[in-house]
Ligand binder design. Structure first.
Ligand code: HAM
Length: 428
């Protein structure tokens, strides 16, 4: 019997979950400022969505998918990424028919890849991503990059390096592909079996091989930038010009190819240069995927997007010492003394909560002293002490925990008193 957590997964407990909520909130708020709307898609899809979408020569499809057959004999896959699913939804719901184009969407949720776990590489991880479909303007690429940098900066990340490349259009990529085959073919026997298969199917993937990355032919491989046709060159120049206008610094790296097959024109990664971030420095990846909507049976529609995992963002935030929220303290703890007070306490507590006060009480029949200790452990800002005598007199004792000040207040005035106290504390 194995009751342990599966390898490459994690539980996120109270005390840690607050930083997740915070990142998701900051990212969603930024998305809304850029007029991106949320989309939610299923966690599993028909396997073809990813074999066709992500590409069947990629590591993700060949080695990393969690694929299973359901009771109806369908092949389903836990999503390894979000772009293919969002594109599938865009086509299924004919979102291309809407007059408001581009369609700008964001999403967040768990993704699954059977990878070798290490810091920043999980088998279940949470991606936050955006996709903008329906415009081939390089200004939109720049907007997507501006949004990414904006989210990261809002989260207190400043040691960032944006790396961009162009993979060109189909004509440029075909010319580059021929050059790559000619370059690697004579010595392909020295490469791993995966690369040997990649040579004819998708030679660009060879550049992304982890096993053969130090082979001398890797460093001398033909650069895509030398094979861009005029249209692709112009596109890339316009993107760079838009980034310059926005004042977003970037470096061009012609060896950046990305691990998914759907990209063309713009490809990018945002790296963390923060000290102590760890071996995997990529925070976020993305790019343009102009043929993907057609691949899913929709009209010829361009698209661009990015995704980062919350796991890696947290690592970067910790490495940079950025602000991370902690568990919020309780506003009020209700302590009771006597049977009548205990009976009435549920109603007092309920009323406090209805007024928006985070409140709690004892459910273990603890003595008054132990109840007061519990109030301390919860770091309650106020403790309300209600005994049978007070109840009869229609009053309660309210203690402000930080100052130790204690006042007797009418039960009818309890909620306004605490609300005033909380407001005063917030202002300080
Ligand atoms: P990706 O480069 O495969 O691209 O993943 C994007 C990001 O997801 C990575 O930069 C990293 O932050 C995170 N990530 C990937 N794998 C793991 C893992 N095993 N553990 C933790 N984090 C991980 C995509 O997924 C594309 N769909 C991005 C995109 C959107 N392109 C266009 N639109």
């Amino acid at each position: 019997m194995n009751m342990q957590l599966p390898r490459g997964t994690q539980d996120i407990l109270p005390g840690d979950v607050e930083v997740w909520q915070y990142i998701e909130k900051v990212a969603a708020e930024k998305c809304r400022a850029y007029n991106f709307e949320e989309i939610r898609t299923p966690i599993f899809e028909h396997t073809e969505v990813f074999t066709r979408g992500v590409g069947d020569t990629t590591d993700i499809v060949q080695k990393e998918m969690y694929t299973f057959t359901d009771r109806g004999d369908r092949s389903l896959t836990l999503r390894p990424e979000g772009t293919a699913s969002v594109t599938r939804a865009y086509v299924n719901h004919k979102l291309y028919g809407s007059a408001n184009q581009p369609t700008k969407l964001y999403y967040t949720g768990p993704m699954f890849r059977y990878e070798r776990p290490q810091a920043g590489r999980m088998r279940q991880f949470v991606q936050f991503g955006v996709e903008a479909l329906g415009s081939a303007s390089p200004q939109l690429d720049a907007e997507v990059l501006a949004l990414l940098v904006d989210i990261c900066q809002e989260l207190g990340l400043h040691h960032l390096s944006l790396v961009v490349n162009s993979l060109g259009d189909l004509e440029s990529r075909t010319a580059h592909r021929e050059a790559l085959i000619a370059h690697f073919k004579p010595r392909i026997g020295e490469f791993c079996s995966d690369c040997q298969q990649r040579l004819e199917k998708n030679p660009l993937r060879i550049l992304d091989c982890k096993k053969d990355k130090d082979h001398p032919l890797m460093g001398t491989a033909p650069s895509i930038l030398d094979y861009l046709n005029e249209k692709s060159k112009t596109y890339f120049n316009e993107l760079k010009a838009a980034l310059d206008v926005l004042g977003i610094p970037y470096v061009v790296d012609p060896t950046l190819v990305r691990g998914l097959d759907y990209y063309n024109h713009t490809a990018f990664e945002l790296m963390s240069t923060g000290e102590g971030f760890g071996a995997i420095t990529t925070l976020c990846g993305g790019g343009r995927y102009n043929g993907l909507v057609e691949e899913f049976g929709g009209p010829d529609t361009p698209g661009i997007g990015f995704a980062f995992s919350i796991e890696r963002i947290i690592m970067a935030m910790k490495a940079e010492g950025a602000y991370t929220p902690t568990k919020p303290a309780l506003d009020c703890y209700l302590v009771t003394l006597g049977e009548q007070a205990k009976t009435q306490s549920v109603k007092v507590l309920h009323d406090l909560r209805q007024a928006g006060i985070r409140a709690d009480k004892d459910y273990l029949d603890k003595k008054m002293k132990a109840q007061l200790k519990a109030a301390d452990r919860h770091e309650a800002k106020f403790t309300v002490i209600l005994g049978d005598d007070e109840l009869e007199a229609g009053v309660a004792n309210v203690k402000q925990m930080e100052t130790g000040e204690q006042d007797q207040v009418a039960l009818t005035d309890l909620i306004p008193t605490i609300l005033r106290g909380l407001q005063k504390e917030r202002k300080q």
